[in-house]
Design a protein around this ligand. Structure first.
Ligand code: ZN
Ligand code: ZN
Length: 228
């Protein structure tokens, strides 16, 4: 399979272009019922110099998936999103994707080693260019990628992995300051209850407006940025 991606479109400011990535994230969450959003907009994440993370323009989404033993990558959960998006990167305006220690972009359509500190075993960081961020709709996504279907669930017997995953999410939500429905810091217990759901909803709402909760930076080198 050969993939294609839009030209790398560097982020330079904190202007908010949430539409395209918000729609893509919604599409992915519906299609892969085992996944979660880990955040979209984040204006605080500066990578040094004049370059900023795509998150600063709401042009990146962190699509979260459960990890395996010891926080390991689970290819059966993560690989499908690369296989889904890779053939349509240009069409959708996707300009990079980081997953499982690899970065995919126009420079390396089928991926190269990603050396950032975060290995991206628990989420795919997906970037979209400015045009896509302004225009990409759910209708286009369904037209290009197909219907979301009934939502692919986590394979059976994965309760333990899901518990670890929820635990990690609870820690991230606490670190980012999102409280439960009871107004308190979440209990880190791996159980997806009303308070965790509330904190997640708050985080996603904040991400759509501003804020976000990206718990790590995405240093990216070797890409030729397009201004704007
Ligand atoms: Zn990210
Ligand atoms: Zn990331």
């Amino acid at each position: 399979m050969s993939y294609n991606w839009a030209a790398y479109d560097s982020a330079t400011s904190c202007v908010k272009m949430p539409k395209g990535m918000t729609n893509l994230m919604a599409y992915l969450l519906k299609r892969y019922a085992y996944s979660r959003s880990m955040g979209i907009c984040n204006c605080r994440s500066v990578n040094g110099g004049t370059s900023r993370s795509h998150h600063s323009e709401c042009r990146a989404g962190d699509w979260g998936i459960p990890t395996g033993a010891g926080g390991s990558y689970r290819p059966e959960l993560g690989d499908p999103v690369v296989e889904l998006l890779g053939p349509h990167g240009k069409r959708l305006g996707l300009d990079h994707l980081i997953l499982n220690r690899r970065i995919y972009s126009a420079r390396s359509p089928n991926g190269r080693y990603y050396s950032g500190r975060h290995p991206h075993y628990n989420h795919a960081h997906i970037g979209i260019n400015s045009a896509g961020a302004k225009r990409l709709t759910m209708a286009t996504l369904i037209d290009v990628l197909g219907d979301v279907g009934a939502g692919i669930p986590l394979p059976p017997g994965d309760d333990e992995d899901m518990e670890k995953y929820i635990t990690e999410q609870q820690k991230n939500l606490n670190a980012a300051g999102f409280k439960g429905a009871n107004g308190r810091v979440l209990t880190v217990d791996g159980i997806y209850g009303a308070n965790t759901a509330y904190a997640e909803a708050s985080r996603d709402k904040a991400a759509a407006a501003d804020g976000g909760s990206i718990p790590h930076k995405h240093p990216i080198s070797g890409e030729t940025g397009v201004a704007g």
